[in-house]
Write a new protein. Sequence first.
Length: 236
Amino acid sequence: MHDAIILIIEDDEDIREGVRILLEAEDYMVIEAENGEKGLQLLTEDTDLVILDIMMPGMSGLRTCKEIRKVSRVPVLFLTAKAKESDKLIGLMAGGDDYLTKPFSYAELMGRVKALLRRYRTYQGKEKGETSRYLERSDIRINQDYNEVFVRGEETELTDIEYQMLLLMMQNPKKIFSAQNLYESVWNEPYFYNCSSTVMVHIRKLRVKIEKKPEEPVYINTVWGKGYRFGSRSEV
């Protein structure tokens, strides 16, 4: 039995083959697609991770990711030849969870893959039992057993990163989390200066999903010069 099912969407056959060989050596089942259209056809509810090239002819990786997000919360690891911070942020805003710049090493690839799979399995949660643990603050309610989030009574779909960030802040209301605190707690990776932009993008995406007016946040507040904290304006 394979440890995970990974879908590679990459138009470069040599890169696909190289990544497949590395992943199969770790006992992952690998499914390959040479373009976004075929990748979407091969995506199933059993897919555990998508490795997606940004620069592809036809349907781009960014558009493919947006289509994936319409039907699945599976983690998406972008492969990009562009190292600019702005290009990476565009990928994250399109719905990606992480990115890897070409060329990359075996250690870099496997580190990102294993981290994303670990978080996704945590997000999926354990088997449903007879009782559920709830965490409720203001108008947000989290079912911690099923990893379900309800905002003002409506179920809200979050990615695993967004869920982990929200859960962490709700478990520690009014505590100020720096970008480094959030990154090291949620991503479980060492923090570097440019990681602050990654945190900022995910905070922005989370606000869009839970705030009535994302530009005037009530739940996820910025404490200028320090970081972020959970709490209604009346509590901050």
